[in-house]
Design a protein around this ligand. Structure first.
Ligand SMILES: [Zn+2]
Length: 156
């Protein structure tokens, strides 16, 4: 059973909360029943350069600049990246899966490391991104954008 409670009674509409205490490193949820999309939506998670998935639990995870879970798209698992207390909201770092977001927003996570504008990994510096665990397709996009930038410099 998934130790996640979905709370849709909040003003912002959705929230996923830990139903039990969860230790760092725990696989919280196996992502199995999802729909594949070719374009991003407000609640989709980017799987690769051109594919996005829609899934009930993932769609309920809000963003935090100081996240407590990681969506691991290699293993299709939701993993605790630190100890999480019962009742604590589960959140992930949207740019760890999203290169360019369908619906950018101003973050209100109140973390001291809050990045404010969240629009996807494409809009963050390498220095910022290096502080987070990112999925492979995001790393590939970073390397290809760096390669393009260096070609541009060489051509100039
Ligand atoms: Zn934030």
């Amino acid at each position: 059973m998934t130790p996640i409670m979905l709370d849709r009674t909040t003003r912002t509409g959705k929230r996923a909360v830990a139903a039990i205490d969860i230790a760092q490193g725990t696989t919280i949820h196996h992502i199995r029943h999802y729909q594949i999309r070719h374009t991003p939506t407000y609640t989709s998670v980017q799987l690769s350069a051109n594919l996005h998935i829609e899934e009930l639990y993932l769609a309920s995870l809000n963003h935090s600049c100081d996240p407590n879970v990681l969506i691991n798209l290699e293993t299709l698992e939701l993993q605790a990246i630190r100890d999480i207390a019962v009742g604590e909201e589960l959140s992930f770092f949207y740019p760890s899966t999203e290169w360019e977001m369908d619906a950018p927003f101003d973050c209100l996570c109140q973390s001291p490391r809050c990045l404010k504008r969240i629009a996807g990994a494409k809009y963050l510096s390498i220095e910022t991104l290096s502080q987070y665990t990112l999925n492979r397709h995001i790393c590939v996009q970073i390397f290809s954008s760096l390669a393009q930038a260096s070609q541009f410099v060489q051509a100039a």
